[in-house]
Design a protein around this ligand. Structure first.
Ligand code: CUA
Length: 175
Protein backbone atom coordinates (compact mmCIF):
# COMPACT_ATOMS: atom_id res chain seq x y z
CA UNK A 1 0.00 0.00 0.00
CA UNK A 2 1.29 3.42 -0.88
CA UNK A 3 0.80 6.24 1.60
CA UNK A 4 -1.34 8.12 -0.89
CA UNK A 5 -3.56 6.22 -3.23
CA UNK A 6 -2.76 7.43 -6.75
CA UNK A 7 -5.58 8.72 -8.88
CA UNK A 8 -7.05 6.22 -11.28
CA UNK A 9 -5.51 7.94 -14.34
CA UNK A 10 -1.95 8.03 -12.96
CA UNK A 11 -0.42 6.19 -15.89
CA UNK A 12 0.83 8.34 -18.75
CA UNK A 13 2.19 6.41 -21.69
CA UNK A 14 5.78 7.46 -22.41
CA UNK A 15 6.18 9.98 -25.19
CA UNK A 16 9.04 11.66 -27.04
CA UNK A 17 12.53 10.97 -25.71
CA UNK A 18 11.29 8.65 -22.95
CA UNK A 19 9.48 6.51 -25.49
CA UNK A 20 12.62 6.37 -27.64
CA UNK A 21 14.76 5.26 -24.65
CA UNK A 22 12.29 2.56 -23.61
CA UNK A 23 12.27 1.34 -27.22
CA UNK A 24 16.09 1.32 -27.40
CA UNK A 25 16.39 -0.51 -24.08
CA UNK A 26 13.91 -3.15 -25.25
CA UNK A 27 15.74 -3.53 -28.57
CA UNK A 28 19.07 -3.95 -26.71
CA UNK A 29 17.51 -6.63 -24.46
CA UNK A 30 16.49 -8.54 -27.56
CA UNK A 31 19.95 -8.17 -29.14
CA UNK A 32 21.63 -9.52 -25.99
CA UNK A 33 19.12 -12.36 -25.70
CA UNK A 34 19.90 -13.45 -29.26
CA UNK A 35 23.66 -12.92 -28.74
CA UNK A 36 23.81 -15.49 -25.92
CA UNK A 37 22.77 -18.55 -27.97
CA UNK A 38 24.53 -17.12 -31.05
CA UNK A 39 27.91 -16.95 -29.28
CA UNK A 40 27.34 -20.29 -27.64
CA UNK A 41 27.33 -21.93 -31.06
CA UNK A 42 29.50 -19.51 -33.06
CA UNK A 43 31.99 -18.25 -30.49
CA UNK A 44 35.40 -19.88 -30.43
CA UNK A 45 35.95 -19.28 -26.71
CA UNK A 46 32.96 -21.15 -25.40
CA UNK A 47 32.83 -24.44 -23.60
CA UNK A 48 30.91 -27.13 -25.47
CA UNK A 49 29.35 -27.98 -22.13
CA UNK A 50 30.97 -31.41 -22.03
CA UNK A 51 31.10 -32.58 -18.43
CA UNK A 52 30.83 -35.74 -16.38
CA UNK A 53 30.00 -36.57 -12.80
CA UNK A 54 33.10 -37.46 -10.81
CA UNK A 55 33.84 -38.01 -7.13
CA UNK A 56 36.45 -35.44 -6.01
CA UNK A 57 38.70 -38.21 -4.64
CA UNK A 58 38.57 -40.04 -7.98
CA UNK A 59 39.37 -36.85 -9.88
CA UNK A 60 42.34 -36.23 -7.55
CA UNK A 61 43.58 -39.75 -8.29
CA UNK A 62 43.38 -39.12 -12.06
CA UNK A 63 45.28 -35.86 -11.64
CA UNK A 64 48.01 -37.61 -9.66
CA UNK A 65 48.31 -40.35 -12.30
CA UNK A 66 48.51 -37.64 -15.00
CA UNK A 67 51.20 -35.75 -13.05
CA UNK A 68 53.20 -38.90 -12.40
CA UNK A 69 53.37 -40.01 -16.02
CA UNK A 70 53.87 -36.58 -17.66
CA UNK A 71 55.96 -34.57 -15.19
CA UNK A 72 58.84 -32.67 -16.80
CA UNK A 73 60.01 -30.40 -13.98
CA UNK A 74 59.18 -28.39 -10.90
CA UNK A 75 58.66 -24.74 -10.04
CA UNK A 76 58.77 -23.87 -6.32
CA UNK A 77 57.81 -27.46 -5.54
CA UNK A 78 54.84 -27.44 -7.92
CA UNK A 79 55.10 -30.06 -10.66
CA UNK A 80 55.31 -28.88 -14.26
CA UNK A 81 53.44 -31.35 -16.43
CA UNK A 82 53.54 -31.66 -20.20
CA UNK A 83 50.70 -33.73 -21.67
CA UNK A 84 51.25 -35.41 -25.03
CA UNK A 85 50.25 -33.08 -27.88
CA UNK A 86 46.60 -33.57 -28.72
CA UNK A 87 46.07 -35.52 -25.51
CA UNK A 88 44.32 -35.23 -22.19
CA UNK A 89 45.38 -32.64 -19.61
CA UNK A 90 44.22 -32.21 -16.03
CA UNK A 91 43.89 -29.16 -13.81
CA UNK A 92 42.73 -29.42 -10.23
CA UNK A 93 41.31 -26.56 -8.18
CA UNK A 94 41.24 -26.64 -4.40
CA UNK A 95 41.59 -24.20 -1.54
CA UNK A 96 43.90 -22.46 -2.48
CA UNK A 97 45.88 -23.68 -5.37
CA UNK A 98 45.75 -24.78 -8.99
CA UNK A 99 47.54 -28.04 -9.54
CA UNK A 100 49.73 -28.75 -11.51
CA UNK A 101 51.49 -26.23 -13.79
CA UNK A 102 50.67 -27.20 -17.37
CA UNK A 103 53.11 -26.96 -20.25
CA UNK A 104 51.33 -26.96 -23.61
CA UNK A 105 52.39 -26.65 -27.21
CA UNK A 106 51.11 -23.88 -29.43
CA UNK A 107 48.74 -25.06 -32.16
CA UNK A 108 47.98 -28.41 -30.48
CA UNK A 109 44.48 -29.23 -29.28
CA UNK A 110 44.06 -30.64 -25.79
CA UNK A 111 41.16 -31.96 -23.80
CA UNK A 112 41.57 -30.10 -20.53
CA UNK A 113 39.76 -31.71 -17.60
CA UNK A 114 39.04 -29.21 -14.84
CA UNK A 115 37.44 -29.93 -11.50
CA UNK A 116 37.47 -28.86 -7.88
CA UNK A 117 38.10 -30.98 -4.81
CA UNK A 118 36.18 -28.83 -2.35
CA UNK A 119 34.00 -25.93 -3.42
CA UNK A 120 33.33 -23.61 -6.33
CA UNK A 121 36.35 -21.88 -7.83
CA UNK A 122 36.67 -19.58 -10.83
CA UNK A 123 39.14 -20.39 -13.60
CA UNK A 124 40.35 -17.10 -15.05
CA UNK A 125 43.08 -17.26 -17.66
CA UNK A 126 45.12 -14.08 -17.82
CA UNK A 127 45.99 -11.95 -19.69
CA UNK A 128 43.57 -13.33 -22.29
CA UNK A 129 40.60 -13.06 -19.91
CA UNK A 130 38.94 -16.42 -20.51
CA UNK A 131 36.72 -17.48 -17.63
CA UNK A 132 35.10 -20.67 -16.50
CA UNK A 133 33.35 -21.82 -13.34
CA UNK A 134 34.84 -24.91 -11.72
CA UNK A 135 32.59 -27.09 -9.58
CA UNK A 136 33.31 -30.05 -7.34
CA UNK A 137 31.70 -33.29 -8.52
CA UNK A 138 31.97 -32.39 -12.21
CA UNK A 139 34.76 -33.13 -14.64
CA UNK A 140 34.47 -30.20 -17.05
CA UNK A 141 36.17 -30.96 -20.35
CA UNK A 142 37.41 -27.88 -22.19
CA UNK A 143 38.73 -28.41 -25.71
CA UNK A 144 41.52 -25.88 -26.00
CA UNK A 145 44.02 -24.91 -28.69
CA UNK A 146 46.62 -22.40 -27.52
CA UNK A 147 47.37 -19.94 -30.32
CA UNK A 148 49.91 -17.64 -28.65
CA UNK A 149 53.06 -18.83 -26.87
CA UNK A 150 53.87 -17.40 -23.46
CA UNK A 151 53.26 -17.64 -19.73
CA UNK A 152 49.66 -17.46 -18.58
CA UNK A 153 48.36 -17.00 -15.08
CA UNK A 154 45.37 -18.91 -13.81
CA UNK A 155 43.73 -16.90 -11.06
CA UNK A 156 40.68 -17.80 -9.05
CA UNK A 157 37.86 -15.34 -9.66
CA UNK A 158 35.28 -16.89 -7.34
CA UNK A 159 35.63 -16.05 -3.67
CA UNK A 160 36.63 -19.28 -1.94
CA UNK A 161 37.78 -18.28 1.53
CA UNK A 162 40.67 -16.68 3.35
CA UNK A 163 43.32 -17.73 0.81
CA UNK A 164 41.30 -16.83 -2.30
CA UNK A 165 43.61 -13.97 -3.30
CA UNK A 166 46.62 -16.31 -3.24
CA UNK A 167 45.06 -18.96 -5.48
CA UNK A 168 47.13 -18.51 -8.62
CA UNK A 169 48.39 -21.11 -11.03
CA UNK A 170 50.26 -21.17 -14.29
CA UNK A 171 50.00 -22.47 -17.85
CA UNK A 172 53.03 -22.24 -20.12
CA UNK A 173 52.58 -22.35 -23.90
CA UNK A 174 55.69 -23.11 -25.91
CA UNK A 175 56.33 -22.74 -29.66
CU1 CUA B 1 39.51 -20.43 -5.40
CU2 CUA B 1 38.88 -18.17 -5.00
Amino acid sequence: MSIHVPSADWFKAPTGAERAWVGLALLWCLVLTIAMPYWHFKGKQNSTGESYRVEPTKFAARVEAFVKSNKVGEDHGIPIVEPSPGGEAYLQAQMWRWHPILKLKKGQTYRLHVSSLDLQHGFSLLPVNMNFQVLPGYDHVLTITPTIAGDYSVVCNEFCGIGHHMMAGKIVVTE
